[in-house]
Design a protein around this ligand. Structure first.
Ligand code: NAD
Ligand code: UDP
Length: 325
């Protein structure tokens, strides 16, 4: 049985990756320090023989005994609100955490795939974003703690690949959404859904003309799965190219939820990218991958998921006190 270590396993993406690799017959070691994740996302895997969980901070030395075939490094706060509250931890997990996992991969001769992001393109001057575009990021702006950590992650991963011949993969993930996101993690999908469920007005930042392109979780997981088993070491975009303005997106959520909320406008956060859309030609060509789930289908699934939670579960999804961790 092939063994895979998934860091960030109790988070949104990590927990769905754990499900996928368990269903494909892997032995999965999930690792997480629970800073933004939740054990409830993987509790259903605990009774399974081929699942283990290590409560561990990957910025500290990572020890895994025995053989290891693959590593997926997904540990990192991912929402702007989260990483602005814990900026130094965000820089550390992208840098020191990645270094530890590359070292582990080298020791075990394991293949490692690291989770990078469309944020490496910053506020892009090329649209849609191709992998060749080097980005427009402010190293000293507030989002620099995330963006530059991920850019460092890519650099050190390529250095291990070139210098040590390590078998590496880099996925540049574009805005992905789905069940298990925290209602108050600050990202726009749970933010708008939570507001709709609570009967509050939807908060659009700026004038809402900024664009994003939203990918449903199952499509994202399929792209990552295919990339891991490809032989392509350079960064690759995985995302849904269907672009929308945030104002139109808010209107779509209001229509979907059938509520009569209004849109209210709040200041645009500093360095909020004005546009974002992946060019997925490489993913199509090299991985034979493209997204299958439309935004309306995906949003309906997520809305039904949030609606199905009990008031206690909803409240838990909203709670996050970083000072306690
Ligand atoms: P998430 O916050 O739900 O999950 C991240 C997980 O990492 C959490 O469970 C958290 O507790 C864990 N973690 C953080 N620091 C850690 C540390 N030092 N040691 C161990 N565990 C740690 O976020 P997500 O949306 O699931 O994102 C997962 C990964 O995908 C991140 O690396 C993120 O940068 C990347 N990504 C996500 C998106 C997206 O749209 N969801 C987009 C681009 C990139
Ligand atoms: N956004 C918004 N209202 C909210 C939360 C987010 O208008 O309540 C906007 C945000 O300014 C950004 C877009 O939605 O332009 C996507 O934000 P998110 O935090 O989901 O992701 P990112 O900015 O990292 O792409």
């Amino acid at each position: 049985m092939k063994k895979i270590l998934i860091t960030g396993a109790a988070g949104f993406l990590g927990s769905h990756l754990c499900d996928r690799f368990i269903s494909e017959g892997f032995h999965v070691i999930g690792m997480d320090n629970l800073i933004t994740g939740d054990l409830d996302n993987i509790r259903h895997l605990f009774p399974m023989e081929n699942f283990e969980f290590y409560h561990h901070d990957v910025t500290k030395f990572v020890l895994v005994s025995g053989k290891l075939d693959y590593i997926l490094h997904f540990a990192s706060p991912a929402s702007p609100i989260d990483y602005l509250k814990i900026p130094i931890k965000t820089l550390k997990v992208g840098s020191l955490g990645t270094l530890n996992l590359l070292g582990l991969a080298k020791e075990k001769r394991a293949r490692i795939l690291v989770a990078s992001t469309s944020e490496v393109y910053g506020d892009p001057l090329v649209h849609p974003q191709t992998e060749e575009y080097n980005g427009n990021v402010s190293p000293v702006g507030p989002r620099g703690v995330y963006d530059e950590a991920k850019r460092f992650m890519e650099s050190i991963t390529m250095a291990y690949h070139r210098h040590h011949g390590l078998d590496t993969r880099i996925v540049r993930i574009f805005n992905t959404y789905g069940p298990r996101m925290r209602l108050n993690d600050g990202r726009v999908v749970p933010a708008f859904m939570g507001q709709a469920i609570r009967g509050e007005d939807l908060t659009v930042f700026g004038d809402g003309s900024q664009t994003r392109s939203f990918c449903y979780i199952d499509d994202q997981v399929e792209g990552i799965y295919r990339l891991l088993f490809s032989d392509y070491p350079d960064p690759i975009n995985i995302g849904n190219p269907n672009e929308t303005t945030i104002k139109e997106f808010a209107e779509e959520i209001i229509a979907l939820t059938g509520t009569d909320q209004k849109i209210i406008y709040k200041p645009l956060p500093k360095d909020d990218p004005s546009k974002r859309q992946p060019d997925i030609s490489k993913a199509r060509e090299i991985l034979g991958w493209e997204p299958k789930v439309s935004r309306s289908e995906g949003l309906k699934i997520v809305y039904d998921y949030f609606k199905s939670l009990s008031p206690e579960e909803l409240q838990k999804k909203e709670h996050r006190d970083f000072s306690a961790r």
